[in-house]
Design a protein around this ligand. Structure first.
Ligand SMILES: Cc1ncc(C[n+]2csc(CCOP(=O)(O)OP(=O)(O)O)c2C)c(N)n1
Ligand SMILES: [Mg+2]
Length: 803
């Protein structure tokens, strides 16, 4: 355990100390007022940084431009100390102001005290990340910040060690950036924490994680959370020893202002200089207001603990220290504290006004339409009359937009469809609704995907080119040669995963490439899917182009939480201000066995909206997707078809150059009787069935959707259905899985039901996972015979005389 002894003079001027005292007080008053705002019903929920003020002030002093933060919901003081947050924004977050210009962290999409700093401009181009203090965007799931933190730190290692990256001066200053993290004591119980700590020790990256140890995870004390009740004690085995890699461990106290400053000054400078991960275990931290607005801590903390928390309140302790050191008098400090309180109160007033004003303006415009109308409208109203609804709306004390819209939509039911009056009420109401609804829903619906010119959907497709001499090669070779071109073309491209480096992947689609491009670009990792994913997210946030390898689709489940909660929501939860264009490469479908079946596609597409999902049928398509994705800036998953590595495909002449567009299905066989819609490995099986069906005079149009998200952007499947009037959705997912998704897309969204002559059908895998025994595959997943029988039955039902 390291204890810093060196005294820091840098920060010890009276001016600095008083400024810190003021900030600590401001932050505390924001917490206190914030809690009141929730309890009085003006805000929905609040979680605050009270008790953690001093450690964050100390940390912020070491945070430089170019550095990165990956923290959690206690970090308001830290963010303010870095100049990235202020008291007014505190209230914009608390009230959930959806104006992303004034509530830039999230535009009201996440809880309060979840922060972010944009990494892209509004046109999608990268900002100069070395000229700003960076914060990745916080998520609420405990320890969810850890995998990403690892990646943010890993980027510094790559920028420092890979000399070919020295030209990317807007992304990194020679890898000198530290990735700062914060986490609560209880959240260190999560697997993500341990996985990330181990990986940081292995990788030796500049990751500086602070544990705020306030002894509780909501109501559950440390004895249920941490062996021996001390995270730094049990991490001792990770501790750096001379000549061996490891983690530096520092211990500090949450109320010890000068001690914390010294601690961070020393720890961060070593971390930055030597790229050694550091853990700061900050003990004796208090939580004066309890966990959140959802309850009070008197329910679970003893009298004794509550008394201790009062005595060791960091602001009280800082005040005592300042007076003791004769830096300032009690009167001076009281004045500073009073100013801070006044600022917090003024920000509340202003924040509330800025939250309420636009809603009231919108409401008043609606009410004016009603009061100014010349017609009394329908007196036979089934519900309340127009006037009553309007009067009730005016009576709402703190209206939200929902109140306005509920009123407007109910009023509309009582208004005649046609009206000859000059102030046509129907028209005016529709106008009001259209204008305001579009605006409101944009606040909530936009930015799930990249909407800027850098969207991958804007990438120009390039078809693979074949000539007479194009050789037939195993699929893996197409991927390999394609990757070789990509690694030559994109210096920021890296890939990493289990067995990815030395042997070039279990299917050898990167064979020999580590030798050619080096270990920094193509590397093995430990078996740790969640942090492989996080490693990718962190790199992508910092402007690199990572491909994170997950060995098989089935193992993606270990990373699914991070994929779903973090990656898939990054762009959305920052209201379009951050992007993490991570590509996840994995492989699935058609292997045998319960944990190697590779088909949980609906689990995937339904939990990762915000990430594009490519399901290529062969390696040419897979390569084409990588080529497209690297030209755009979106996160995506590519699921290579597992049985395609050895199957032969024609090698395109323009390897590395051709680009398969997303959202564009391909018609592989034209037909007139029935459309089969499928993707991935079942394409091959369907093609076999189509051949058999042709012999029986059934003409099938076979469509490979190619990408599940986006799904058929131009309605190619609908055009086919118009022609055939019959449709079968096929895959090897569970019943009600991805086939149901496709069915909804085509029949409901595209309007395909209009053209049906027969009931639509789905053909899927069984409900259980496939058994390992070789025949298990045949009986658990659709075979060519199953497809034949299903199609034949549909034709027979439709035209019994013929079949
Ligand atoms: C995965 C997950 N499980 C449970 C929760 C609910 N939860 C929110 S905060 C919290 C306690 C965290 O305690 P700690 O890590 O010590 O941080 P503190 O709040 O004490 O600062 C819990 C259980 C959550 N957000 N995410
Ligand atoms: Mg805690």
């Amino acid at each position: 355990m390291r204890k810093s002894s060196k005294l820091s003079e840098n920060y010890m001027s009276k001016e600095n100390i008083i400024a810190d005292f003021r900030l600590a007080n401001l932050s505390r008053h924001l917490s206190i007022i914030g809690r009141r705002e929730v309890l009085s019903g003006k805000a929905k929920f609040g979680i605050f940084g009270d008790g953690k003020e001093l450690v964050q002030i100390a940390m912020a002093k070491q945070f430089r431009e170019g550095d990165w933060r990956s923290g959690y919901y206690r970090d308001q003081t830290w963010m303010m100390a870095m100049g990235l947050y202020n008291s007014l924004e505190f209230f914009h977050q608390l009230y959930g102001n959806t104006n992303r210009e004034i509530n830039p962290g999230s535009g009201g999409r996440v809880f309060n005290n979840h922060f972010s700093v944009p990494n892209i401009n509004s046109d999608g181009t990268w900002r100069d990340l070395t000229k700003q203090k960076n914060s990745s965007s916080d998520i609420s799931p405990t320890a969810g910040q850890m995998p990403r933190l690892l990646g943010l730190a890993y980027a510094s290692k790559l920028f420092r060690q890979n000399k070919e990256l020295s030209g990317f001066t807007r992304l990194s200053n020679k890898g000198n950036e530290v990735a700062f993290g914060s986490i609560g004591d209880a959240a260190t119980s999560e697997g993500h924490f341990w996985e990330a700590m181990n990986a940081a020790g292995v990788l030796q990256v500049p990751m500086a994680i602070s544990v705020y140890d306030d002894g509780y995870g909501i109501s559950v004390p440390k004895k249920y959370q941490t062996t021996k009740g001390s995270i730094s004690d049990i991490l001792k085995g990770f501790e750096k020893e001379p000549g061996r890699p490891g983690i530096l461990i520092y211990k500090g106290k949450g109320w010890d202002y000068p001690g914390l400053i010294r601690l961070y000054e020393e720890g961060i400078s070593i971390c930055r200089r030597d790229h050694i991960p550091v853990l700061f275990h900050i003990d004796e931290v208090t939580q004066p207001l309890g966990h959140s607005t959802s309850g009070s801590h008197e329910r679970y903390k003893s009298e004794e603990r509550l008394k201790w928390e009062e005595e060791f309140d960091p602001i009280r302790k800082m005040r005592e220290w300042i007076i003791d050191q004769e830096i300032a008098t009690a009167e001076e400090l009281d004045k500073v504290a009073a100013e801070a309180e006044a600022e917090a109160k003024e920000s509340r007033r202003k924040g509330w006004e800025m939250f309420q004003n636009p809603i009231r303006i919108e409401r008043d415009a609606l009410v004016k339409i009603i009061t100014d109308r010349s017609c009394r409208c329908r007196e036979d109203a089934k519900e309340d009359s127009v006037d009553k609804i309007s009067e009730d709306l005016l009576r709402v004390i703190s209206p939200i937009r929902k109140d306005n819209f509920m009123a407007a939509r109910k009023i509309l039911r009582n208004v005649c469809e046609t009206c000859s009056k000059a102030d046509n009420l129907n028209e005016e109401l529709h106008g009001w609704l259209k204008r305001n609804y579009a605006d409101a829903s944009a606040s909530y619906d936009r930015f799930l995907y990249n909407e800027t010119p850098t969207s991958v959907l804007n990438v120009k497709p390039v078809a693979p080119v074949f000539s007479e001499n194009s050789p037939e090669v195993p699929g893996r070779q197409i991927l390999r040669d394609n990757f070789e071109k990509l690694f030559e073309k994109y210096p920021l491209l890296v890939t990493f995963g289990e067995d990815t480096g030395k042997i070039g992947g279990v299917n050898q689609s990167l064979e020999g490439l580590q030798k050619k491009f080096g270990e920094l670009r193509i590397t093995d990792t430990g078996i740790r899917e969640a942090t492989i994913l996080g490693q990718g997210i962190g790199l992508a946030l910092r402007g690199m182009r990572p491909i994170a390898e997950i060995q098989y689709l089935d193992y993606l489940m270990y990373a699914l939480q991070i994929l779903s909660d973090d990656l898939a929501t990054t762009h959305y939860r920052t209201a379009g201000r951050m992007i993490a264009p991570l590509i996840i490469s994995t492989r699935g479908h058609r292997l045998e066995g319960i944990w190697h079946s590779g088909s949980p596609m609906s689990m995937l597409i339904n939990s990762v909206r915000g990430v594009y999902v490519c399901a290529p049928r062969d390696m040419t398509r897979a390569a084409g997707f990588y080529n497209t994705l690297l030209e755009g800036n979106d996160p995506a998953i590519v699921i290579e078809p597992l049985n395609g590595y050895r199957l032969k495909e024609k090698m395109p002449d323009n390897i590395g150059e051709f680009r398969i567009p997303l959202g564009r299905p391909e018609i592989l066989n034209t037909g007139t009787d029935l459309t089969i819609v499928t993707y991935g490995s079942t394409v091959r099986i369907a093609a076999e069935a189509v051949k058999q069906l042709t012999l029986h005079d059934i003409s099938v149009e076979l469509i490979d959707v190619q990408t599940l998200v986006p799904f058929d952007s131009d309605g190619i499947i609908l055009d086919s259905l118009r022609k055939t009037s019959r449709i079968l959705f096929l895959d090897e997912d569970v019943p009600g899985g991805t086939t149901a998704f496709m069915l909804q897309e085509v029949l409901e969204k595209q309007g395909g039901w209009n053209y049906l002559d027969s009931p639509p059908r789905t053909l899927t895998g069984k409900e259980h996972r496939p058994a390992y025994t070789t025949d298990g595959d045949y009986f658990s997943k659709p075979s060519a015979e199953d497809i034949f029988d299903a199609v034949y039955a549909m034709m027979k039902e439709s035209i019994p005389a013929k079949y």
